[in-house]
Design a protein around this ligand. Sequence first.
Ligand SMILES: [Zn+2]
Length: 148
Amino acid sequence: MSDPLMIPCAHCGGLNRLPSARLDDAPRCGYCKQPVLNDAPFALDEAGFARQARGDLPLLVDVWAAWCGPCRAFAPVFEQAAARLRGRCRLAKLDSEAHPRLAGQLGIRSIPSLLLYRDGREVARQSGALPLPQLLDWLRGQGIAPLP
Ligand SMILES: [Zn+2]
């Protein structure tokens, strides 16, 4: 991984240059002054998707919809995962009903679906919800080590 890292802000999408050693210090965005790395998953839209997928930290996307019971049941697990992955992986949610064209482009056939991006490319995909330990194990298998 290159250092410093180029990381899009979770709030405004502005690209921030951050030394990897500073990721655990809750760095603030040079543009909007909010924390670059969110403790909670942030919402993706079509305009921000490509930019967010490109950052130097991996991006894990939960594709969901409000009418989907398994998606709603998975939401708290995804939020807990975000706290365990701060500074290691960014977590975002894509509402497939609000953004059907993007969900179609991504080839989403069932929800919830989990998509992992590195450098703008999808590197792994999981269809269906996972309990937290299995989700963290799946990410370990992708080289992403959660906080203890
Ligand atoms: Zn910002």
